[in-house]
Design a protein around this ligand. Structure first.
Ligand SMILES: Cc1cc2nc3c(=O)[nH]c(=O)nc-3n(C[C@H](O)[C@H](O)[C@H](O)COP(=O)(O)OP(=O)(O)OC[C@H]3O[C@@H](n4cnc5c(N)ncnc54)[C@H](O)[C@@H]3O)c2cc1C
Length: 258
């Protein structure tokens, strides 16, 4: 069994997060870059299967700036077998379609029976990359799984929705995305960090994967404008002097809520 895990480097969720107002991209200097926590859970899901099934290979795949090496090596230190890092400055600002095309080409290169991704990155937060990668690869997709069971030839899990919990399964090869309901990623050990330095780490650009970044035949979306979030306004405090209900009602009417 070979499992590919899609991992993304994101700005630290607990640090300051800003958009570069000129490019509209994440200001990567604003806070420390980390492996997205949801992707750590995806790596963990693959590794716990590998622990119980010797011979399983776990390849991590990332499309990220060249500076993301340490983040990708963290997944190797956790226990992944190898890494494919797509590095290409022409992919800066890539839209979702291009990102999915690149990741699908990278997965094809790795050759996986199962692809595991996070359901939603903590920075971009589009939540559609796993489905788009599955579509590109022509594989079934099980998205937003809160549990994951894997056998030699199939994958299954629970998908929680507002209306109830769906039990879903698909034959392999398939793409799944997982939610925060899955266990957290394991800690790295000194031994793991040292071992990671010797594991296969391949870097490729888009052309080597057969992806034409500037293909005029493919529609791409572009960002037209970016603006800083306006500062929060002070709220309205209603002091109860026996007439709080009336004041609240008047406030709601004035705001056009009621
Ligand atoms: C040079 C360069 C600069 C970049 N700068 C930015 C930036 O400023 N801001 C930004 O948000 N993105 C940046 N990216 C990454 C890329 O554009 C985004 O990954 C893409 O837009 C996905 O959007 P999302 O995170 O909303 O996807 P979602 O659909 O929310 O992601 C869901 C899951 O898909 C997988 N996934 C998503 N993106 C990647 C990826 N790149 N590699 C591996 N797995 C992935 C993960 O498993 C993730 O949990 C950059 C990439 C490169 C090469």
């Amino acid at each position: 069994m070979k499992i590919a895990v899609l991992i993304k480097e994101v700005p630290d969720t607990w640090g300051e997060r800003r958009l570069d107002l000129e490019t509209g991209l994440t200001d990567r200097a604003a806070s420390a870059p980390v492996l997205d926590e949801i992707d750590e859970r995806a790596v963990e899901a693959a590794l716990s299967y590998a622990d119980a099934h010797p011979g399983t290979e776990v390849a991590v795949v990332a499309m990220a700036p060249a500076s993301a090496t340490a983040t990708i090596r963290k997944a190797l230190a956790m226990g992944a077998t190898s890494a494919l890092h797509v590095v290409d400055e022409s992919l800066r600002g890539a839209d979702l379609l291009l990102t999915a095309e690149v990741l699908a080409a990278a997965v094809r290169r790795v050759g996986a029976d199962l692809v595991i991704a996070g359901n939603l990155s903590t920075d971009g937060g589009a939540g559609v990359i796993p489905a788009m990668v599955a579509e590109s690869l022509g594989m079934p997709q099980l998205t937003g799984l809160s549990s994951l069971e894997l056998t030699d030839d199939a994958v299954a899990g629970d998908r929680v929705s507002d209306a109830g919990t769906l039990r879903v399964s698909a034959p392999l090869p398939a793409v799944v995305s997982v939610t925060e309901a899955l266990p957290e990623g394991r800690f790295t050990t000194f031994k793991g960090i040292m071992a990671a330095k010797k594991k296969p780490y391949e870097t490729m650009d888009a052309a080597a994967l057969g992806v034409v970044v500037e293909d005029p035949a493919v529609p791409r979306y572009i960002m037209l404008a970016v603006a800083e979030r306006p500062p929060r306004q002070a709220g309205t405090r209603i002091v109860d002097e026996g007439d709080a209900g009336e004041k609240l009602a008047a406030f709601l009417v004035a705001e056009g809520v009621a």
